[in-house]
Design a protein around this ligand. Structure first.
Ligand SMILES: Nc1ncnc2c1ncn2[C@@H]1O[C@H](COP(=O)(O)OP(=O)(O)OP(=O)(O)O)[C@@H](O)[C@H]1O
Length: 373
């Protein structure tokens, strides 16, 4: 039973001993506007586990930034509730919220560093604000500079730092007060792919070494694929799909999720091969067909095609294929022409289905391609 299925009084007690660290319940946000009120969040309910990297992905305008700002109450939800740890954020006064935010770090797309302060001074800022004694601040800043690999740049001003270095300062500053949760709002969107990788790898290291829960807001599926454990897909203020990264990547159920997955794992037939596919209804059923076989997990390591050749006397022409790794598990697709009698092909498809492999019939081989094969 999840915390959401319990009455509110029990829920807080459960959160203390449970592995859930962030809960949102039916969160809505309505902004007033010149054309009338606009409902930007429409009943968001999420459970985010302790130590998890949780991705929230959506197109521009889906409501991602509003959602993340509702988590730390920088934006007050119109209705619904937010718990972080054992605190119901939505029930706190402004003064209580300021204290509660010490356990929530946040990093931003444009880093939000103070240009008049050095890297070390930026990192020290939240500690100064809580009145930490100077020697303690110095020790903590030194520790954080080591953590993010910036010891050599401690005295540099933001203008002299690269984008990746600025984000490292942002991460160190966010971690200064030892939060249990780190919210990342498009933290790598302003960075090039190489720097993005290094920042994501730093975040993953921090997640593992400190057990920090990370919520990652992004419009980039490669970011989610790289480090998230689970993902929620946000579309027009609603969570349209959520689940383990491997499941969402290998079996996306919603059209928006499918489009995001397609960006990373291009499963379509390359354009150059499209002429090999006959228009529907133009070929005899007995002509060779084109299949797309999807391999997931252990099935990716099995000699599937050679088994089909041996058992059903079929022959295959491999047109296209790739294999990827999601959280260390293989996932691949292979597009093949299958040549052989219809009955044998059908039996082979049934065998693939029994092995829980997805085989889609894309169509028949076009006339010219069949002749050439
Ligand atoms: N303070 C506000 N007042 C009125 N409307 C707002 C406000 N903040 C956000 N919105 C609107 O809410 C919608 C969602 O915005 P939000 O920034 O949360 O989306 P997003 O998914 O983060 O998009 P992006 O990736 O482009 O930043 C947008 O239509 C935006 O114009």
């Amino acid at each position: 039973m999840t915390p959401l299925q319990h009455p509110p009084t029990l829920r807080c007690l459960m959160l203390l001993e449970d592995t859930t660290v962030i809960v949102t319940e039916s969160l809505t946000k309505i902004f007033p506007g010149p054309q009338g009120p606009s409902e930007v969040l429409r009943g968001i309910s999420l459970n985010i586990g302790k130590g998890e990297v949780f991705g929230i992905i959506g197109r521009s305008g889906a409501g991602k930034s509003t959602l993340v700002r509702c988590l730390n109450l920088l934006e007050r939800p119109t209705s619904g509730k937010v718990w972080i740890g054992d605190q119901e954020m939505t029930a706190l006064t402004e003064a209580e919220l300021r204290r509660a935010r010490h356990s929530i770090g946040m990093i931003f797309q444009h880093f939000n560093l103070l240009s008049s302060r050095t890297a070390a001074e930026n990192i020290a800022l939240p500690l100064e604000l809580i009145g930490m004694p100077r020697p303690e601040i110095q020790a903590r800043v030194s520790e954080l500079l080591d953590l993010v690999g910036l010891r050599e740049r401690a005295g540099a001003y933001p203008a002299a730092l690269s984008g990746g270095q600025k984000q490292r300062v942002g991460i160190a500053r966010a971690l200064a007060s030892k939060p249990s949760v780190l919210l990342c709002d498009e933290a790598t969107s302003a960075l090039d792919p190489e720097t993005t990788k290094s920042i994501l790898s730093l975040l993953k290291d921090i997640n593992r070494s400190l057990g920090l829960t990370i919520v990652l807001i992004t419009h980039e599926m490669p970011v989610v694929k790289e480090i998230a454990d689970r993902v929620a897909v946000l579309d027009r203020g609603e969570v349209v799909e959520q689940g383990r990264i491997f499941d969402v990547f290998t079996q996306p159920r919603h059209a928006v999720s499918r489009a995001f997955v397609q960006e990373v794992l291009n499963r379509d037939l390359p354009e150059i091969l499209l002429p090999r596919l006959a228009p529907p209804g133009t070929r005899e059923p007995s002509t060779p067909v084109i299949w797309r076989i999807t391999f997931t997990g252990p099935s990716a390591n099995e000699p599937i095609l050679s088994d089909l050749v041996r058992h059903f006397d079929l022959s295959f022409n491999i047109l296209h294929g790739h294999i990827d790794y999601i959280q260390g598990l293989p996932f691949g697709t292979l597009v093949v022409e299958a040549h052989g009698p219809v009955a044998a092909r059908d039996a082979a498809l049934a065998t693939l289905a029994q092995k829980n492999l997805t085989a889609e019939v894309l169509g028949h081989v076009a006339d010219t391609a069949a002749a050439a094969a």
